[in-house]
Design a binder for this molecule. Structure first.
Ligand code: SDX
Length: 427
């Protein structure tokens, strides 16, 4: 492929460099386009736009490939741990045993929250959505941890990164406890990252909580599946917020707000609600027909993806994990059968085949999280907990990128051209 792209526009013919990455599509570097031609590009939703250079995660949507620093998600899900993947995304290489132990110890010792933040929760209604609480409490962290908000200091950036990764489970567990009227539990440093989260969520002061190792492993794997995913909407939000120099706590709070949307991280909650609404396999054709009806805004939640035009590899691991958790907990849920049959029927339907709509990471996650005991409203909070690792890694990469500058897109203006003000008595 030539290393330049020729563009004829506004009566000019200009060559633009074509940049090649280590894998994936080349990009046309159009940074000088406006200065040279007075023309913008137009790409609502950024379907053909690379916003940055990154070495963290690579997705091949046609092949259903997802790599974190080059390692396939299937191998990481089966052989790694969420903390090891966090280290990998933050530092670029898999840690040696001593490095991993040191990282685990560092994260473990940042899991407590400033005691004043516990009173912060008491300002919310008990029925507040956990994502509303997460937005508020994570944004408030910048009012407590002033010693790690100077983004020009790499040491402070890393402390803030560790604090965010470490405190998200505590914040999410406290949001759940507050919603059910139970007391908060402090972190227990003798437990794993994920075991600690399970105990803070489901444990009570009245008795010892024993972590179920199969559930711990399944949830840790679910966190791995949600860790990072290129420049998705919430990650792009974190990068855009960070490009203005905002502190990392505010940037992650912005990411949480964006993730909440049902087209994005909110889809796991919406997908389980949809499966419950379908209720039984006989009603599946009715919902497939609605999803195909252009006049009906209903979409199959947990289906389709901007990048994956083949099976989301995370959904494959997720479905396998459902079977493991169901077997261990000796549970069954008719909703899982509905999900399996819905997937089978949709993938035989021309509409979904032609539009390349496959189950995504959100399609099965709710089935497992529900079986473990999480209420549906906590599903997106768990997604935010896990994606904080990716957001923090992407934020650090952006801050360290010598080419990064404040994000400021332009527009195609279609409003009124200049006109003079008319006093109200003359209108
Ligand atoms: C996540 O970006 C990421 O990486 C996100 C994520 C991550 O890890 O960060 O992977 C997490 O957000 C997964 C996606 C979760 N969202 C859902 O499951 C919600 C349901 N899915 C859709 O809303 C949709 O598929 C999106 C938002 C996920 C993707 O939308 P796109 O790429 O903008 O595609 P589109 O809306 O233009 O749809 C293309 C066509 C349309 O039909 P036409 O206008 O061409 O006739 O496919 C149709 C859509 O109507 N379509 C669906 C559908 N998804 C797309 N029709 C029915 N059901 C669906 N789920």
């Amino acid at each position: 492929m030539s290393d330049t792209a020729k563009l004829q526009v506004a009566g000019k013919e200009v060559d633009y460099p074509v940049l090649t990455g280590s894998v994936g599509p080349d990009v046309v570097d159009i940074r000088k386009l406006y200065a040279q031609t007075g023309t913008f590009t137009y790409d609502p939703g950024f379907t053909s736009t690379a916003s940055c250079e990154s070495g963290l995660t690579y997705i091949d949507g046609d092949e259903g490939v997802l790599l974190h620093r080059g390692y396939p998600i299937g191998q990481l899900a089966e052989q790694s741990s969420f903390m090891e993947v966090a280290y990998l995304l933050l530092n670029g290489e898999l840690p040696g045993k001593d490095e991993l132990d040191k990282f685990n110890n560092t994260i473990t010792r940042h899991t407590m929250l400033h005691e004043q933040l516990a009173t912060f929760y008491r300002g919310f209604r008990r029925d507040a959505h956990p994502m509303a609480v997460m937005c508020g409490v994570v944004g408030a962290l910048s009012a407590f941890y002033h010693d790690s908000t100077d983004i020009t200091d790499p040491k402070q950036r890393m402390i803030a990164s560790h604090r965010l990764i470490a405190k998200m489970p505590t914040i999410a567990a406290m949001a759940y406890k507050y919603s059910v009227g139970q007391p908060f539990l402090y972190p227990d440093n003798s437990l794993s990252y994920t075991g600690n989260f399970l105990r803070m969520t489901f444990g009570v002061p009245a008795e010892e909580y024993v972590v179920n190792p199969v559930v711990e492993k399944a949830l840790d794997r679910i966190f791995i599946l949600h860790a990072d995913h290129e420049q998705n909407a919430s990650t792009s939000t974190v990068r855009l917020a960070g490009s203005s120099g905002a502190n990392p706590f505010a940037c992650i709070a912005a990411g949480i707000a964006c993730l909440w949307g049902p087209a994005h991280g909110g889809a796991n909650e919406a997908a389980l609600n949809m499966l419950h609404e379908i209720g039984r396999p006989e009603r599946i054709p009715e919902f497939i027909a609605r999803a195909k009806d252009k006049n009906d805004p209903f979409r199959l939640m947990g289906f389709g993806h901007r990048v994956y035009k083949n099976y989301d590899p995370r959904a494959t691991v997720m479905q396998k994990t459902v079977r493991e958790v169901f077997k261990e907990l000796n549970v069954s849920d008719p909703v899982f059968e509905v999900a399996l049959q819905l997937e089978e029927m949709a993938l035989k339907d021309d509409y979904f085949v032609e539009k390349k709509l496959f189950p995504n990471v959100d399609f099965y996650s709710g089935v497992i999280l529900s079986a473990i005991g999480f209420p549906t409203t906590m599903f997106t909070a768990l997604f935010a907990l896990a994606r904080t690792v990716g957001w923090v890694a992407q934020w650090n990469e952006m801050i360290s990128d010598p080419e990064q500058k404040i994000g400021r897109p332009r527009q195609l203006y279609t409003g009124p051209v200049q006109r003079d003000y008319v006093p109200v008595d003359k209108r």
